[in-house]
Every structure is written in C-alpha cells, then in structure tokens.
Design a protein around this ligand. Sequence first.
Ligand SMILES: [Zn+2]
Length: 416
Amino acid sequence: MTLKYRSILAVCLLALAAAVQAAEGNVSVDFNNAGVEAYNLGEYDTAIGYFEKAQAGGGDKEVVGRNLCNAHQNLAGELAKKGDFRAAARHADSAAAVDPKNMSPLVQAGAYYLRLDEVNMAIERLEKAITVKPGELTAHEMLGYAYYRDNDLSSARAQWDYVLEVDPKRPELQDRYDKAFREQSVENDFDKYKSRHFQVSYPAEIPSDLRAKVIGILDRAYIDIGRDFGGVFPPPPIHVILYDAKQFSEATKTADYVGALYDGKIRRPLADGNGAWLPVEEIRRRLTHEYVHVVVKHIAGGNPPWWVNEGLAETLSRPLDSERIHALQKLYREGAPEALKSLEATHLGKMDKDAVGLAYLQSHATVDTLWSRYGRGKMVMLLEAVGRGQNAEDALREVYRKTYVSIERDVANNYR
Ligand SMILES: [Zn+2]
C-alpha cells in the first residue's frame, strides 16, 4: 500500500532581466544586454553564457549577478519540468551561488533535492534559506518536511509549529502536523539501527535475531529490486519503521487489513494482532513489496496511478502462484473486472476489504502482463513519463502502443 504525499515544488517566477544603459564600447554591458535578449527569448542557456562573460568583464555586479541568477533559476525550472531534477538542482545551486542573498534559489534547490530523495542536501539548502530570509513560510514549511523525511520528528514539528502559528489555515499542513505528532508519540522511545542503505527504527521488544533478519531482507531487496529496474538505487538513508500491531494502527490510523505502508517511509508491523511475530517469509514478501514503492517513487515521484504502483510491488515481491491464477481465472471468466480507468479513479481507502483484494489482484495481473511481455525497459519509460507529469494513459499509449482497453483485453485473454 502506498500513500500519496503532496510534493512541494517551488514555483519559479519569471523575473525580468535588467538591461544596462552605458557608453558604447563597454564590452561587459554589451554582453549583459545580449544576455537579456536571449533571456527574453527563453534561451536561458545562451543567456547564462553571456551573463557569465559580462561578469568576468567586470560588469555591474548586482545587476549582472541577479540576471545570471534568474537565468539559472528559469533553466532549472525548465529542466525540472522535463523530469531532469539532477540538472535542475545543479542550476538552482549555481543560481544560489551567484546571488547568495536571494532565498528563492535555495528553496528551489531544496525542492529538487527532496524530489531526488537527497534529503541531507535539501536540509542544507533550506536551513541556509531561512538564514537568508527568516520567517519565509514556504521555506520553513519545506524545511519541516525535509526534517520529517529525515525522521527528525521534533525538528519537523518545531518548523511547522512556527508556520501554523503565523498562518493557521496553511493548506494540508495541519494534517501533516497531526500525523507527525501521532507518529512521534508512538515512536518516541524506539531504538535505531543503521545499515548501509537503511535507517531502521523499532520498539525494544523486537528480538535481535528478527531485527537482523529484517535488515538482511531489506539489504537484499535494495540490490534485487534495484537490478530489476535496471540499476535504480535510491540514496541512503531509506527510513523503515517497525511496529507491533497496536503501535502500527496508532501511528498510521489505517484499516486493520492494511499490512504495511509506504508514505515516504516504510512502515511495517512485525507482529499480528495477538502479539505473535509474523513468519519470516511473510515479512520478506511485505517488506519487498514496500521497497518496490521506494524505487517507484524515486523514478516517478508521487505521480504513478496506484494500480501501476501496487501492480509493480506485487509483481516483484511474489509470483502469481496457482491460487492467485485460479482467482484471476474466476474473475475474468465469471466476474466483472473493473475497467482500468475506473479502477484508477477510485481511491483505495474508499474500497472495502474484498474490493481492495480484487483490485490488487487485477493490478498484479495487468502489470505482470506488461512486465513479462515487454520487459522492464518500457516500464521504466512509462514511470519516467508519468514522473514528468504526463497523463498515465497517454504515456501507456506512447510507450506500449496500447490503450487501457486494449491492455485490459490482453490481460483478460491470459486468464480466460
Ligand atoms: Zn503497496
């Protein structure tokens, strides 16, 4: 199961670049003005080249510096729109370097690093942003979110406390704040264990051999699932929080049939409602399932439709065994499988337990068909396309030359 988290991406304002009037023959002024011309045509790369020359030639430090900063910021915005967050972050960093008193490129860089799951890099930029301009609510809110992602719940709440004090009606923040508060009250005295890729928080009652098994399962999933996607390895630390059944429901407030979830952190009860530790194979399956969500989010952000996300998590964490194949045959021969389009539009949280079970099964079968017939390359392309903000059905049509209806037919033919 995965929860969608609203991502905060800084809005980059198109600021006007300033031309400079000066006596003819001043080379640096000419470069600046050529840069302004390119900037106004939206040719930011060219503009950057001119502004850098103007800067090197000793042009008006403030004006040229600001122009160069704006050009880098706008180029960063364009690159982010194309899904190239790595290059976008680099340009936002360059913008911050040429105009160090400007908070906006720091917030922009912070947002891109968050999208890249480079939480420490994001924290560094956002802490600088609130030093440059204390009291800027977006920067404080985003810094709180970065601390939250780093599982530093008390620092997160300190930032959000401040934002809510100034602006109590901040959209969605109160919910996020309450969620962090709930989690903090459950996880306050949890122990921590750090492996190369994971930071695991857990209650002291978990036996050490079980904890060691969990770490082993996670480290294995990191390699196996990363390879399944052709080499996708999100940066550390990936946060995993283990609970008993009661703690899990207190911290997450999910329905009792939810076995684990990923909301930017893997959350997983290790014991059932009676307090018995779950079998290792079941823990392996569920942790691997959740880890697939980590990789999908790293490729595509929060954008993929849930059936793609869950279908991938199921396909890569458990085979379609005879029991599930039998259930699929029953569904496609006798039942009325829901159209992908309406499945996609229905919120998982709005379905009852049986409907969720069928929806997962159908998603599993659909993604399994796509994955086994066309390979991982196309699936990664699909994820990258929705990660850039493309509508999922358009992306499917482009990558697979299929519509939702035709892929539904293919899946149904497999099980009739
Ligand atoms: Zn899931």
